[in-house]
Design a protein around this ligand. Structure first.
Ligand code: FES
Length: 234
């Protein structure tokens, strides 16, 4: 059985549908780690540190070439899966050193999201599709100027309950049932990926969008108020 602690090592960094095979390199963050997200030709998700090991240029400036990510600066190419450098165009006859690798993190698709594990422990349980009930729709992603712990507290105060994963919160919003997948992106920046039982294009979905924007404003105001509060003497 999955434990909440092991699941919480997985971060919902992007919607799976937004990272398409061969099409784009998607920038992401998890706990301050900047990521380059992309897919190999067979659709396998890739989550790499967004930094070329040669001269630290961001991989998100590069392009996907079949099963490799090609850096925008000198065109060195790194293989999907291992991250190992396979080609140095300026030295076509020289095999790249075997230890020349991009930093690669574990990545999986589940419940319509792309999840990344920064810990590098493959034994940890992976997120499952049932985190979001079958047939539910994606509403939107909210960027919230607050840290993830404050966001969790704010959701709990509003009657949301943490589910099988600490990143997943269930509760009512607007007139709809929702699952809020919380991403700890950076200090003082979190994202809520909001899934719902409201159908796309309905009045309930419209109401949910309005309620989601209000929720963000309320949480950011609470966060600001908290930061203005004088610290009590030790
Ligand atoms: S900086 Fe990436 S190939 Fe040189």
């Amino acid at each position: 059985m999955m434990s909440a602690d092991s699941i919480s090592a997985w971060h919902p960094v992007a919607r799976s549908a937004d990272v398409r095979p061969g099409a784009n390199i998607f920038a992401g963050f998890a706990q301050g780690q900047e990521l380059a997200l992309w897919r190999s030709a067979d659709g396998t998700p890739q989550a790499w540190e967004n930094r070329c090991p040669h001269r630290s240029v961001r991989f998100t400036l590069g392009q996907v070439v079949e099963n490799r990510l090609s850096c925008a600066y000198h065109g060195w190419q790194y293989a999907a899966g291992s991250g190992q450098c396979k080609s140095i165009p300026a030295h076509p006859d020289m095999p790249p050193p075997s230890n020349l690798c991009a930093k690669v993190f574990s990545a999986v698709d589940a419940a319509g999201m792309l999840w990344v594990n920064l810990a590098g422990e493959t034994a940890q349980a992976q997120p499952q599709d049932d985190i979001v009930p079958a047939g539910w729709s994606f509403c939107r992603t909210l960027a919230v100027r607050a840290d993830a712990a404050s966001l969790h507290d704010a959701l709990a105060r509003r009657g949301f309950a943490s589910d099988t994963a600490t990143a997943a919160w269930r509760g009512p919003l607007g007139q709809s049932g929702t699952v809020a997948l919380v991403l700890d992106a950076q200090p003082l920046l979190a994202f809520i990926h909001l899934w719902t039982d409201a159908a796309p294009g309905t009045a309930a979905m419209k109401t949910l969008h309005i309620a989601a924007r209000s929720l963000r404003s309320e949480i950011e105001e609470e966060e600001e108020e908290e930061s203005r509060r004088p610290q009590s003497a030790a």
